[in-house]
Structure formats: C-alpha cells, structure tokens
Design a protein. Structure first.
Length: 47
C-alpha cells in the first residue's frame, strides 16, 4: 500500500518513475536503456 501511495504522490508532482526489475537487468543494458527512452518519449522527450 505504501508503494502505491508513494507512486501516486510522485506522479502528482510530475515525476516519472521507471521501474527496473532483475528480469529487465538480465535482458541487458540495451533493454533497460530502451525502457527509459520509451518512457521518456511517451512524455514528450524528443530524444
């Protein structure tokens, strides 16, 4: 419950959270970097 409340408060303040799990890390750095790029693009990053 605490995590969800924290996530909601962060989002309300305009913060973008990208959650990286061990399974993501096992897929490699390129995969994780792509997760970040995709999330940022969805929030108007031109990158």
């Amino acid at each position: 419950m605490y995590d969800r409340n924290r996530d909601n408060r962060s989002a309300a303040r305009g913060w973008l959270q990208i959650k990286v799990y061990s399974a993501d890390m096992r897929r490699g750095d390129t995969h994780v970097a792509e997760m970040f790029k995709q999330a940022l693009r969805q929030h108007s990053w031109p990158g």
